[in-house]
Design a protein around this ligand. Sequence first.
Ligand SMILES: [Zn+2]
Ligand SMILES: [Zn+2]
Length: 139
Amino acid sequence: MVDWSLAILGGLRTVGIYLVRPLQRGDGPNKFRLSAMETATTTHDGDQGWAKRPPAVLECDRCGSEVLQHNARDSIDCPRCVAEFDYDEFADLELLYLTCPVCKSRMSHGQRHPERLDIVEWATCDACRYHWEFKHSYS
Ligand SMILES: [Zn+2]
Ligand SMILES: [Zn+2]
């Protein structure tokens, strides 16, 4: 403590340097904040409702092939073992992924009420930010 005031007097130049450094370091967090905002504002496209559900790729429960269901009301026909499933059997089959209707990328998907429903309830395209949401008519 005795040497502290002397250290300040002798270290004014050093203090000046320390004042500049945090500003330069601030570049990192600022850049991060900007890119986070960009990500939020580019969420421009989306749909709601089961009828507008993006095309889904399901797993055939007989042969394990990938089966594309173009929309929610299409029957689900396996191209390999010719197994046929009605659209209302969707929930019985394993959903592999949904396909973005805008850029055809694989979408991330998930559920919001797994205790009440056993179907996908939302999907987001990480490539173009298209978002689909299944809105419950009863909630
Ligand atoms: Zn099959
Ligand atoms: Zn997309």
